[in-house]
Design a protein around this ligand. Structure first.
Ligand code: SF4
Length: 116
């Protein structure tokens, strides 16, 4: 069962997680990262790296978070791979305490910058 990046990541994208993944399963969007469920080996190493607890096992997702499993799967197929952190987004601190439910509408489908 793969791990999933939830809405908490939006507009923060701290990206500490991408550095520790043994299978390079993270993909970069404009304002968050996602995990490819086919590449995730469920090791759990990334989960504690996130300072705002945006990563969860898909078994721990609340009902309102289930859609993020689909979003991770869908956008990891087209966004660029990222294995080196580019640091948090400029407004990360400002958005860190905002409730995930209030960030949903801020999700961007646009790809971000990957490693290359
Ligand atoms: Fe990578 Fe492990 Fe996190 Fe899956 S659980 S995304 S394999 S670090």
């Amino acid at each position: 069962m793969p791990f999933v990046v939830t809405a908490k990541c939006i507009k923060c994208r701290y990206s500490d997680c991408v550095e520790v993944c043994p299978t390079d399963a993270f993909y970069a969007g404009e304002n968050m990262v996602v995990i490819n469920p086919d590449e995730c080996i469920d090791c759990g190493v990334c989960e504690p790296e996130c300072p705002i607890e945006a990563i969860k096992s898909d078994e721990e997702l609340e009902p309102e978070e289930q859609k993020w499993a689909d979003i991770n799967e869908r956008f990891s197929a087209s966004w660029p791979n990222i294995t080196k952190s580019k640091g948090p987004l400029p407004d990360a601190e400002k958005y860190a305490d905002i409730d995930a439910a209030d960030k949903d509408a801020e999700f961007s489908e646009a790809p971000g910058e990957g490693d290359e």
